[in-house]
Design a protein. Structure first.
Length: 257
């Protein structure tokens, strides 16, 4: 039985893990390498790390950090944050990451996505598309940690990224980020149906039912979340968690379309 990848997305700030709500109000979660060890023990499918300050501070996610993750992780992982050159990508891949996640540079210079795909292969290049409504209520793509919009709606931009050679798209609702109230299903569905490359959902998952619900309605390559894998209980106590593979298989088998 096919099932999508289940991917914890971990945010880095000042060498620590944090969790946000609507890209704001960041709460310290813990040590990232310790989290990698826990996810190793829990047999996570894949991990994604994003340095949320790298673009603002005009730097790239630490290559030393990527090496440290590569030395610990038993699963594939991708990283993003401030990546702007082919040399950045080369160093990150050599340090052990399977893929890089592009955001601001893709919005500012879509041609860079083509250059990166040509140099390293489409399977190495993921573009994260952050989406929220502008003051007129229109869906727009945002870059620079959700502080600047570009003149694309999510479907237009997803198609352009596919044409540019991206191998995968992460579609993320800024307005659902950290709310734990469920994915923006309409947004994810229309983007997934507009492209033929793999699409990963992100933003809003707080319960396993949210993942099962989305999977029952949209065919996706991956289902990602942050809060779901670092919080536990009604008071959101910090607890790095991930279900056993047998439980995941049972959940998807029970709800297989």
């Amino acid at each position: 039985m096919y099932r999508p990848r289940i991917i914890p997305v971990l945010l880095l700030q000042y060498k620590g893990l944090v969790k946000s709500v609507n890209f704001k109000n960041h709460r310290y979660i813990g040590d990232p390498i310790n989290a990698v060890r826990i996810f190793n023990d829990l047999n996570a499918d894949e991990l994604a790390f994003i340095d949320i300050l790298a673009t603002k501070e005009k730097r790239t996610i630490s290559v030393d950090f990527v090496k440290n993750v590569g030395e610990e992780a038993n699963m594939p992982f991708s990283v993003g944050g401030g990546i702007r050159t082919l040399e950045d990508i080369r160093k990150i891949i050599e340090a052990g990451a399977e893929k890089v996640i592009l955001n601001s540079i893709a919005g500012e210079n879509p041609g860079f996505v083509s250059e990166a795909a040509d140099a390293f292969g489409s399977s190495t290049i993921t573009v994260c598309i952050d989406v929220k409504n502008d003051f007129l209520g229109k869906e727009k793509v945002w870059i620079k940690a959700g502080t600047k919009s570009i003149n694309f709606n999510p479907v237009q931009f997803a198609r352009q990224m596919e044409e540019s050679g991206a191998g995968e798209i992460i579609i993320q609702s800024i307005e659902r980020d950290g709310t734990m109230e469920g994915y923006d299903i309409n947004l994810i569905k229309k983007v997934a149906e507009s492209v033929s490359i793999p699409v990963v959902s992100l933003g809003g998952a707080g319960r396993w039912q949210h993942i099962i619900e989305l999977n029952s309605l949209v065919s996706l390559n991956g289902l990602a979340a942050g809060s779901l894998f670092v919080y536990h209980g009604e008071r959101n106590a910090v607890l790095v968690n991930y279900p056993e593979r047998e439980k995941i298989l049972q959940l998807f088998k029970q709800n297989f379309r």
